[in-house]
Design a protein around this ligand. Structure first.
Ligand code: PLP
Length: 757
């Protein structure tokens, strides 16, 4: 079809000037492109060549012997019914061969065109859902899928009950009046994580006959929520597990929350006099508070203030190691790091302490190479480097008792067990073993005592315990169900051309059909611009375009990529649907927006049902960045779509997992969407369901977030009242209506910030 107006004028003619006419004489067919000649006639529909067969995706796990039989039966039935199901089944990878489809002539007609067949109905097993969403990989024994299609959570892994997440959501709605978006915290999981970490170190210490002990601390910046910190301290009491604070507000919180004087309070971050005084107040109370100097000026300030207060300080220094972390937070370590002292500065710090008669207060060497260190080799290297500092300082007579290995213990967000940013190639046990062994090795070599070990793991303690549940309340589909009222029957050249394309596609002529489809679309756009196309025909063309594109994309995905034009491969991305979810990425998933961090996301129910939409997730902020279009993947770094269900069967909930670290506290108020509702779940065998909702925390109201941005609720009410008064005076509304509207406004300020359906 030409781009010239002549072609456009043709549009009004009823002659079948189809796109076929513009095909190259000797059309190369799909088989041709695989090196097999075809003359483009009926033989193009002949059975597949070996090449094509091998290009098809092999059957998945689910298509095991029994399933395969079932599939072939249902395929046969579907073929009988629809005439094209075999192609669609090939497209979805369930059948390992390319079989050209029959022409879909027998379907219900929409807009005068035969409509496409329904999606294929293939067997779908729970194991398919588990492997699609990789639950067994990132779930770490905490998350699983039940036979009824519900996602389950086992906060104590195999030692305790499994709870269906959907049941918790429904209980929160029913009993507590809370709606999604909802953070669900499994408090028992915090206990479990604390135990896993402490036991790993204690075992490594025992196995290596290490002579120091382990005194872990939880860095409260990773999740400062009081209930979380409380739970962790409670769980850690038996291990004398302490806390780390990194700012003035945190030291105020930490001091009051900490009650076990055998556990430590480690103070990092830049410090002013008030910070140091507050920490030393802890020393007065008999707590083991260790002030870690980030700068030499802090060493001097600690000496001065402790003298003034008459308090014996305990001091550490953060060493700026040469070893750098890897991944997103690598900048926290290395020679250009923002924090820490160089070798000369450490020696100078020791001199300052000596001059202040506080040499005996030099208790600790600290390093932190960055959060989420994916590669254990980096940890080993950093530990050995820090151990040398410790050993050399000990040999110079400094009475250092602790090595603090900082944070960095990673979480396997994508379950790949690799050195990818969002993963880790080691376990908690290996981490502990490597730290203990390398410390022992260096210390023995240098003939110095084994130190006590502190680690500041945050992410690994809290990431798993929180799930953000969001509700998908709408979807933007490229190939929606067609409403016959919107697309009335019509005889139009473009529609006939589309029918021809469908027929040629039915003969397996994929690439030519694709080019013809593009041409047809272009033609329709031009005709519309020139006023030659009515809206109903335009609508019909659009719908048919996306339907055919979807089929072509499915067929293309089964072929060798080198044989398929780029634009056809790219169709997959264009065909993506969008699930609109009631939440804000900026409030609840900041690391995804800011740093591209990936979190496991999956439906929490209907997992016994095949998800049929290739989708991305969009939030309700009016910002195009408010979306999730990158998802975890095992084979590639990430995937761009997530397979989800249609939302036509009642509320559809998605879980965003491993969000307990950093996300809660860093969220911002973009579009004034505030904190979300929270519910805290505790396991309890006395309860019939095996758990109870201990506490709920209501999310921010509209009034709350307006207050945070300097609006005064009363003033807003009175300003609106003044405007209503004017409207009443001007007879634009009756006084009763004015009062009603004002009441509604006032009540609305007490509502939560998210949409309410
Ligand atoms: N300690 C310090 C000094 C940190 O800066 C951080 C975070 O970056 C942590 C501990 C916690 O790290 P992670 O969450 O990786 O365990």
């Amino acid at each position: 079809m030409s781009n010239e107006p002549a072609g456009v004028r043709d549009a009004s003619s009823s002659s079948p000037a189809t796109i076929d006419a513009l095909r190259p004489e000797a059309a190369s067919t799909l088989n041709h492109s695989n090196g097999h000649q075809s003359n483009g006639d009926a033989s193009a529909g002949s059975p597949p060549t070996d090449d094509v067969v091998s290009a098809a995706t092999p059957a998945t796990e689910a298509t095991s012997a029994a399933a395969a039989t079932e599939q072939s039966e249902s395929a046969a039935a579907a073929t009988e019914n629809t005439g094209t199901s075999v192609t669609d089944r090939v497209a979805s990878g369930a059948v390992g061969a390319f079989v050209p489809p029959a022409t879909p002539s027998g379907f219900a007609s929409v807009g005068g065109l035969p409509s496409l067949p329904p999606p294929p109905y293939e067997p779908w097993a729970i194991s398919d859902a588990k492997s699609l969403y990789m639950v067994d990989r990132w779930g770490a024994g905490y998350f699983d899928v039940r036979e009824d299609g519900k996602l389950t959570v086992a906060p104590l892994q195999s030692r305790g009950r499994r709870v269906a997440l959907l049941d918790v959501v429904e209980a929160a709605i029913r009993d507590e009046g809370l709606k999604a978006p909802l953070i669900i915290r499994f408090q028992d999981m915090l206990h479990h994580r604390v135990r896993v970490l402490n036991e790993a170190f204690n075992k490594a210490i025992a196995d290596n006959k290490f002579r120091g002990n382990y005194r872990g601390v939880f860095p409260i910046k990773v999740n400062q929520l009081r209930e979380v910190v409380d739970e962790i301290l409670e769980a850690g009491r038996q291990f004398h597990y302490g806390i780390e604070v990194g700012s003035k507000p945190e030291v105020f919180a930490g001091l009051a929350m900490h009650t076990d004087n055998e556990s430590l309070i480690v103070c990092n971050g830049y410090k002013d006099d008030a910070f140091i005084r507050t920490a030393l107040l802890g020393r007065r109370l008999g707590k083991r508070v260790i002030l870690i100097a980030e700068k030499l000026s802090e060493v001097r300030a600690i000496c001065r203030i402790s003298k003034e207060m008459g308090v014996e300080p305990e001091i550490g220094v953060r060493v700026r190691l040469v070893t750098r972390g890897a991944g997103t937070w690598a900048e926290s370590g290395g020679e250009n790091a923002k924090f820490g002292l160089s070798t000369t500065e450490i020696l100078e710090a020791a001199e300052i302490l000596k001059e202040a008669n506080l040499s005996h207060a030099f208790k600790l060497i600290h390093f932190h190479v960055g959060s989420q260190v994916p590669d254990i080799l980096i940890i080993k290297r950093a530990v050995r480097e820090a151990a040398r500092y410790y050993a050399k300082l000990r040999r110079r007579g400094h009475p250092i008792e602790y090595i603090d290995v900082g944070g960095g213990l990673a979480v396997d967000y994508d379950g790949s067990r690799s050195t990818f940013d969002g993963s880790m190639n080691y376990s908690v046990e290996e981490y502990a073993r490597d730290i203990v062994w390398n410390l022992a090795d260096v210390c023995d070599e240098e003939r110095v005592p084994h130190p006590n070990i502190i680690s500041e793991s945050g992410r690994a303690i809290v990431a798993h315990h929180a799930v953000l549940v969001v509700e998908a309340f709408g979807s933007i589909e490229k190939t929606p169900a067609i409403d016959a009222r919107v697309i009335p029957p019509g005889e139009h050249k473009l529609l006939r051309a589309l029918t021809d394309i469908e027929e040629s596609l039915g003969r397996g002529e994929l690439i030519e059909s694709w080019h013809d489809l593009l041409q047809c679309k272009e033609e329709s756009e031009k005709m519309f611009e020139m006023g030659l196309l009515d809206l109903d025909v335009k609508a019909a063309v659009e719908v048919r375009y996306w339907q055919l594109a979807e089929r072509m994309s499915a067929m293309a995905s089964q072929l060798d990529k080198s044989e398929v034009p780029d634009d056809l491969l790219d169709l997959d991305r264009q065909l993506t649907d969008q699930h609109i979810c009631n939440f804000s990425v900026f409030q609840s998933l900041l690391d995804h927006w800011a740093l591209g961090a990936l979190f496991p996301i999956m439906p929490i129910h209907r997992l016994d049902e095949r998800p049929t939409q290739n989708s991305t997730i969009v939030d309700i902020t009016c910002d195009s960045d408010g979306k999730i279009s990158k998802f975890i993947d095992l084979k590639n770094d990430m995937r761009e779509t997530l397979q989800l269900h249609t939302i036509d069967k009642g509320p559809y909930y998605l879980g965003i997992f491993l969000t307990g670290a950093y996300q809660d506290i860093m969220g911002d108020l973009h579009n004034l969407f505030g904190r979300v509702n929270e519910v805290h779940v505790f396991l309890d065998e006395d309860e019939e369901c095996g758990y109870y909702l201990e506490e709920t925390i209501a999310g921010n109201t509209i009034g709350d977030v307006l207050r945070m941005t300097q609006y005064d609720e009363r003033e807003l009410n009175s300003r609106l009242k003044a405007q209503v008064d004017v409207a009443i005076k001007q007879d634009k509304m009756k006084p009763t209506e004015g009062v009603r509207l004002l009441n509604e406004y006032e009540r609305g300020l007490k509502d939560q910030t998210y949409l309410s359906f």
